[in-house]
Design a protein. Structure first.
Length: 449
C-alpha cells in the first residue's frame, strides 16, 4: 500500500482553516488529523512525508470551463500541453468544451476525446457534450456518469456551434431537464452583435480597434441572451449554469430564490481585467463575452462573496500570438489563463476581495456540487487525493519561459505574484513538484452522479 503524509500545513476545506496533516493511502485521502489531536499521525510508517509547514493545503482546483483544442486545433494547444499547465497551477480536474474539430456533438466524438485524454492527460478530465439545433434527441442517450453536462452556445463564438432558434432552444432545455443534466450556456445575442459590428465597421473601417469589442459584444447582447436562458430554464425546470457572466446587470437578473438551480460562473479574466486594460494589453484580453467596465468588474468581485457567483473558472482558450493580431474583427477571441488562475485568485484574497475559504468553495467545492462530481472537490476521507499545496513567499514574475501552455504566452506576463504553487497531487500522485511536471503520469476520467 502506497502511503503519503502531508504534514503541518494549514488545511483549508469546507469553510474551515486549521493546521494539520493528511494521510493518503492508495490514491485516496485516508485521514485528516488536526494538529490539536493528541495522537497525530505516525510518520515513520509512511513511504513519503511532505513537510507543508508554512504552506496551505487545498483541494485541487476543478476548472469547469477550458478549451484544450484537441482534436483539430492542436497548433494552439493540446491535451498534453494544457494538462501540464493545469498541474503546474494546482488544477487537478478540468471540463473541456465541445467546440473542437470535429465538434463533440456525437457520442462517437465524445468517446474519441476520452480516448485521447486517456493517453495524454496529466490531470483528471471530462468533456461536455455540445448541443446543436438538431441533436436534442441525443441528450437522452448521453452517458450521465461520464459527462458534466450539456454545453449550449446561445451566442456565436469559436467553433460555429450557435443555436439561437426558439424551437431548437426549447427542445434542448426540455431534453436537459428530462435527462437531469446541467445545461451550461454561453449567453450573447448574435443579432445584436452583428448589428453593432456592422455599425462600427461603417464608422471605423473593417477592423475596429479592440477597445470597441465591449461595445460590439455589448451589455445589451449579454443581457438579452441571459434573460432568455433564465426564462427557458424556469419554464422547463432545467438546471442552468451561465458561463463567463460579464455584467452587473446579468447578476442582478438572476432570481434570488433560484440560486440553487440557476448558477453563474465568473472567469479569472473578467475578475482581473476591465476596459481600462485594453490600452495596455490590447487584443491579448479580447474574449467572448468581452471584458467590460470597472463597474461590471467590481460587481463580479462582489458576487464572489454574496452568493450570486457560484464558480470561478478560466475559459482557458489558447491561440497563437499571431492569431491575436488585429482588432475586433480579425483578432481571435480567447486567452490562456489556466496555469495562473489559482495564484491570481489568491492575490484577490490578499486584496481582501474574498477569503481563502470562499475561494476554495468557488474553485473546488461548488464545481463538484453543481456537476455532482464523484469523490473529488473536497478533502474528505474516501475521496481521491487531489490536492494543491501553495505558499506565500518571495515575489516572482510571469515570463514566457515559465509558461507550460503550448501557445507560450499569457496576458499576465510581467505580473508579479507572491503566491507559489509548490506541489500538486492528483489521485495521490505528485504530478507537479516545485517547477517540474511528471510527464509520465496519466490521470483519470472524472465520474459524475
Amino acid at each position: 500500500m502506497t502511503s503519503i503524509i502531508i504534514k503541518g500545513g494549514t488545511i483549508v476545506n469546507e469553510g474551515h482553516a486549521f493546521v494539520g496533516s493528511v494521510l493518503i493511502e492508495d490514491q485516496q485521502i485516508a485521514r485528516i488529523v488536526p494538529e490539536t489531536e493528541a495522537d497525530g499521525l505516525d510518520t515513520t510508517a509512511a513511504q513519503q512525508v511532505i513537510d507543508a509547514t508554512g504552506c496551505y493545503v487545498l483541494p485541487g482546483v476543478i476548472d469547469d470551463h477550458v478549451h484544450f483544442r484537441q482534436p483539430g486545433l492542436t497548433d494552439k494547444a493540446d491535451i498534453d500541453s494544457e494538462s501540464r499547465a493545469a498541474a503546474a497551477g494546482g488544477v487537478t480536474t478540468y471540463f473541456d468544451m465541445p467546440n473542437t474539430v470535429p465538434a463533440t456533438t456525437t457520442l462517437q466524438a465524445l468517446d474519441a476525446k476520452q480516448e485521447m485524454a486517456a493517453q495524454a492527460s496529466h490531470v483528471n478530465y471530462a468533456f461536455f457534450l455540445g448541443a446543436t439545433s438538431d441533436n436534442a434527441d441525443l441528450i437522452a442517450q448521453a452517458p450521465r456518469h461520464r459527462i458534466p453536462g450539456i454545453k449550449l452556445f446561445m451566442g456565436s463564438s469559436t467553433g460555429n456551434m450557435l443555436v439561437d432558434g426558439d424551437e431548437a432552444l426549447h427542445r434542448i432545455f426540455s431534453a436537459a431537464h428530462d435527462a437531469d443534466l446541467p445545461l451550461m450556456t454561453h449567453c450573447e445575442d448574435t443579432a445584436i452583435i452583428n448589428r453593432n459590428m456592422a455599425d462600427f465597421q461603417q464608422r471605423y473601417g473593417s477592423d475596429p480597434d479592440v477597445w470597441c469589442h465591449q461595445l460590439i459584444r455589448s451589455e445589451e447582447a449579454c443581457l438579452r441572451s441571459t434573460l432568455k436562458a433564465i426564462e427557458l430554464a424556469m419554464e422547463h425546470r432545467t438546471q442552468l449554469h451561465i458561463a463567463h457572466i460579464s455584467t452587473k446587470a446579468e447578476l442582478e437578473m438572476i432570481p434570488a430564490d433560484c440560486l440553487h438551480v440557476i448558477t453563474a460562473e465568473a472567469t479569472v479574466g473578467h475578475l482581473l481585467f476591465s476596459t481600462v486594460d485594453y490600452q495596455r494589453l490590447g487584443s491579448r484580453i479580447k474574449v467572448n463575452p468581452a471584458i467590460k467596465s470597472v463597474i461590471d468588474q467590481e460587481a463580479l468581485r462582489q458576487g464572489l462573496t454574496d452568493g450570486r457567483i457560484s464558480v470561478v473558472a478560466t475559459d482557458h482558450a489558447p491561440h497563437l500570438l499571431s492569431q491575436k493580431e488585429g482588432g475586433c474583427a480579425k483578432a481571435a477571441s480567447g486567452m490562456p489563463m489556466l496555469q495562473f488562475s489559482l495564484v491570481a485568485m489568491l492575490s484577490l484574497v490578499d486584496e481582501g476581495v474574498l477569503t481563502i475559504e470562499r475561494m476554495v468553495e468557488l474553485m473546488a467545492h461548488n464545481p463538484a456540487r453543481i456537476f455532482q462530481v464523484q469523490r473529488r472537490g473536497f478533502l474528505r476521507p474516501g475521496y481521491q487525493a487531489d490536492i494543491a499545496i501553495v505558499r506565500r513567499g518571495t515575489p516572482w514574475t510571469v515570463t514566457p519561459d515559465c509558461i507550460e501552455s503550448k501557445c507560450r504566452w499569457s496576458p499576465l506576463e510581467g505580473q508579479q505574484f507572491l503566491w507559489h504553487v509548490e506541489k500538486t497531487l492528483c489521485n495521490g500522485h505528485l504530478v507537479y513538484d516545485q517547477g517540474r511536471v511528471d510527464n509520465s503520469y496519466i490521470a483519470q476520467p472524472v465520474m459524475f452522479r
